[in-house]
Design a protein around this ligand. Structure first.
Ligand SMILES: Cc1ncc(COP(=O)(O)O)c(C=O)c1O
Length: 447
């Protein structure tokens, strides 16, 4: 008999621990007090596939895609491959009607291997190489987002058939995010400052090339944006610029790609983007800006970024040791860390974690979850509540780890990267296997 069976009232406290803003909707406690995701106990996944392990809820990814399609029925929704690109995810998002943005030949190859229609692929990046542009032209990607004058030269030299392009403009909007993800301000490495001579030069050069068709403008405001007003301002500026292009060049642009990633909650209480507020602001701003400039309404594309996959992912770790420092912290060391989740070290990101193999009833302690890597700064979570009797062998689950975990992971300390296990309707399946020491040695070819 389990504790929950003896004390059913304990269940009433459960939902507050698994906040649906942070965890996938299909996360529950089972009768043994274990956390289940997509109908599968996380502790069972840890036992079968080992730890550290990324778990990904397919239904959650699909539900997020559908939420976007419903909120923006007329818009193109573009999935950011950089957040997490493996063939299965590319398949899920395109089956749900999304396009895919890639920013390297590697991401392009994965998208194509997943069967994504090249016409629904958008190539981004401030440093596209000759080979990458060639590969994109060769397979016929839908659009290339032009980011430099050099790129225009390369594209014109390489192109043998018409290629649709967007021009990336920095609209001069500061969303006050982390400096590493500020992409809307004028002075930055991406794109051309809106209103600059360089942007005009790019427009002229593209229009002179018979194989390049300038169909629209792209902007990207940053990451983790929760205030939809920034998009209203971006629309005002970008439509104003598109109207100026019509006046100066007699050329009507028909696409506006409103990039800028939508905020997700990593921990309870974090702000996230409200889709219906965003939809209202986009509609109103478009109506007003198009009317003011007497400009025909362009097709809109949105790039939600991590908001499609972040909440669908949960990372599992096994506790290796528990150390109480007199007058200091309690360190719960796990078998993962900064190589499977570099976001803490990169951006100062904050995460929560809960014990997944039993319900955390009883006394709690304040803990620091430490990674296993040889850096004092390898800390995954600080000041979190864990059972006071937490012990080695137990499983910790860290939510909201679906985006920029697998894609940013390294094999630091020669620890292989974790597998990705997809869950759906009570079944688990391996999407990506664990990286082994043999994999690492296979690349070590010189002696
Ligand atoms: C063009 C483009 N699209 C999408 C994204 C992803 O946005 P997020 O950081 O919210 O995942 C980025 C992030 O840098 C980007 O540059």
């Amino acid at each position: 008999m389990t504790l929950l069976e003896i004390f059913p009232s304990l269940r009433s406290g459960i939902p507050s621990r698994l906040d649906s803003a942070v965890w996938p909707r299909d996360t529950h406690y089972d009768g043994d007090g274990r956390i289940t995701l997509g109908g599968v106990a996380l502790a069972d996944i840890a036992d079968q596939y080992g730890t550290a392990t990324y778990v990904l809820d397919e239904n959650e990814v699909r539900a997020r895609c559908r939420a976007y399609r419903k909120a923006f029925p007329e818009a193109e929704i573009i999935y950011a491959g950089k957040a997490l690109l493996v063939r299965a995810v590319a398949e899920w998002v395109t089956q749900e009607g999304l396009s895919v943005d890639v920013c390297s030949a590697g991401e392009l190859t994965i998208a194509l291997a997943a069967g994504v229609d090249p016409a629904r692929i958008i190539l981004h990046g401030n440093g596209k190489s000759y080979d990458e542009l060639n590969a994109a032209l060769h397979c016929g990607v839908g659009r290339i987002v032009v980011d430099s004058l050099t790129e225009i030269t390369l594209l014109s030299a390489l192109g043998t058939r018409p290629q649709r392009v967007l021009l990336r403009l920095s609209p001069g909007i500061d969303v006050h995010g982390h400096p590493a993800v500020k992409t809307g301000v004028l002075d930055q490495k991406f794109g051309f400052p809106l209103g600059s001579d360089m942007a005009d030069e790019a427009i002229r050069r593209i229009m002179r090339q018979p194989n390049l068709e300038l169909v629209g403008m792209h902007c990207h405001l940053g990451s983790q944006i929760h205030n939809p007003d920034h998009y209203g301002e971006a629309i005002r500026r970008m439509i104003g610029e598109m109207a100026r292009v019509r006046e100066d060049y007699g050329h009507i642009l028909t696409e506006l790609d409103l990039g800028g990633g939508h905020a997700v909650a990593y921990r309870s209480g974090d702000a996230e983007m409200n889709l219906s507020d965003l939809a209202d602001i986009v509609e109103d701003a478009l109506d007003a800006a198009c009317a003011r400039n007497r400009f025909p309404r362009p097709n809109i594309a949105l790039e939600p970024g991590r908001a499609i996959v972040a909440r669908a992912g949960v990372t599992l770790y096994r506790v290796l040791s528990v150390k109480h420092i007199d007058g200091g912290h309690t360190y719960v060391t796990v078998d993962g860390g900064m190589s499977d989740n570099p976001r803490v070290a990169l951006y100062g990101a904050r995460y929560g974690a809960v014990v997944a193999n039993r319900h955390p009833c009883g006394p709690q302690l304040r803990a620091t979850v430490a990674g296993r890597y040889c850096e004092a700064g390898d800390i995954l979570a600080t000041d979190i509540q864990l059972p006071a009797d937490i012990r080695p062998g137990e499983i910790l689950a860290m939510p909201c780890t679906g985006a920029y975990h697998h894609s940013l992971a390294s094999s630091y300390n020669s620890v292989g990267r974790p597998p990705i296990i997809a869950v759906r309707n009570g079944r688990a399946r391996e999407l990506v296997r664990r990286e082994t020491t043999d994999d690492l040695l296979a690349r070590d070819i010189g002696r």
